[in-house]
Ligand binder design. Structure first.
Ligand SMILES: [Zn+2]
Length: 401
């Protein structure tokens, strides 16, 4: 029995390698695949037959003969099958249908009205159900890939711990699989983003990356030698809960002085509001939003910075100073090739990135000073969906960069 199991596993592995080779090197002949990856021509032929039957590979043109018959060329077809990507956050759920290259075919954004716990889970299931209703059948669907903040056990498909969404030990993968009968994949969102930067973004040549998101809190995804680092319980990358001020601000994790209490949008917002309320603090934000404090958004903050607003610069300086402590610790622990920043307060904000580089360069051990490489994300507006696509393409097809 064991031998049969091993054989099946071997066949599946070969199939993944063959598909990946066609994807990267197509149009390519069967014999060139065999030569390129050193697998027997018989194995290539039978795997290719299966892949053609499934529709992910098609014959496309005739190659040059090496003496015998002219070979038929093969090409990867990303459009016959599709994946469903779902991203859950505090304020919205995004869902999309994508081809096997992560191109979006259809997308919907639903507000969550800040629901939490069981409510957000049933809302997620309801949104998936409605989204799938437009399909006659689910034959071409390769599966559902869900990404969410917080600690996720990707192997078991469980959302282990998310204080903002009030999710604790929720077996979301099993729930989705039971309801829809589709293979389901679950991962932490920042893990998905670092994978997507590597798959679809400008950072494909790097193997050691750290991806940091700054929003209501701070999260990070870590890739070392091309692999996501998850840790024993899946909680690696909780950069937001590393201590940077001993006895500092109380954090909702129970600790004090965690990084994300100092680096987050609500903190910036309240500093701006406090300054607006107190006389003598001049800022162009006053002209931009008038009396309506709700109009102060990260984009307004970034615009004011770019126009040279000194109050906003002072606030940014405090934030960046705190963030640099977390980044120094990260660099000294992991020695990444690149640190990628994302979040609304970083977008279109070269000042932020440059100031951060400055702070980090001053504090990093001298031998690493020249190597400090901090850059904004390259993923664009659909980063959540690209993250979900990267997870399923890696898990199911084992596509490599
Ligand atoms: Zn904390």
């Amino acid at each position: 029995m064991r031998r049969t199991g091993d054989l099946k596993l071997m066949q599946e592995l070969n199939r993944s390698i063959i598909l990946d080779t066609i994807r990267k090197h197509g149009p390519i002949s069967r014999s060139d695949i065999a030569k390129l990856i050193n697998i027997s021509p018989t194995t290539v032929t039978s795997a290719v037959n299966e892949l053609i039957n499934e529709g992910v590979v098609r014959e496309d043109g005739i190659g040059i003969s090496n003496g015998g018959r002219k070979p038929v060329l093969l090409r990867f077809d990303p459009n016959t099958r599709y994946v469903i990507g779902v991203s859950i956050s505090n304020s919205y759920i995004k869902i999309s249908e994508m081809n096997l290259e992560g191109s979006i075919i259809r997308k919907e954004i639903h507000s969550t009205n800040y629901q939490q716990g069981e409510e957000i889970i049933s809302l997620t299931l309801q949104i998936i159900e409605q989204f799938l209703q437009s399909k006659e059948n689910l034959e071409g669907c390769e599966g559902v890939s869900i990404i969410t903040p917080g600690i996720v056990d990707a192997g078991k498909g469980i959302v282990s711990y998310n204080t903002k969404l009030k999710l604790y030990d929720v077996p979301l993968k099993e729930m989705v699989e039971q309801q829809f009968g589709l293979p389901t994949y679950l991962d932490n969102d920042t893990n998905a983003f670092v994978l997507a930067e590597n798959y679809f973004g400008s950072f494909g040549q790097y193997k050691d990356l750290v991806y940091i998101t700054i929003g209501d809190g701070v999260g990070s995804g870590i890739m070392v030698n091309g692999k996501i680092i998850r840790g024993y319980k899946g909680s690696s990358g909780e950069l937001g809960h590393t201590t940077i001020v001993k006895g500092g601000l109380k954090c909702e994790c129970g600790n004090e002085g965690c990084l994300e209490n100092y680096v987050n949008w609500p903190a910036i917002y309240s500093k701006i509001v406090t300054a607006l309320m107190s006389r003598g603090k001049e800022t162009i934000i006053k002209d931009q939003v008038g009396e309506d404090l709700n109009r102060i958004t990260p984009a307004v903050f970034v615009r004011a910075l770019n126009e040279g607003d000194s109050l906003c610069f002072q606030i940014m300086d405090e934030i960046v100073s705190h963030l640099s402590s977390g980044i120094i610790n990260t660099i000294h622990l992991l020695n990444p090739e690149v640190i990628i920043l994302s979040g609304e307060i970083v977008q279109e904000n070269d000042l932020f990135v440059n100031l951060l580089k400055n702070y980090v360069s001053k504090q990093v051990i001298p031998i690493l000073r020249e190597e400090v490489n901090i850059q904004p994300t390259s993923l664009g507006a659909d980063f959540e969906m690209l993250g979900a696509a990267a997870v399923i393409l890696q898990e199911k097809y084992q596509f490599t960069i």
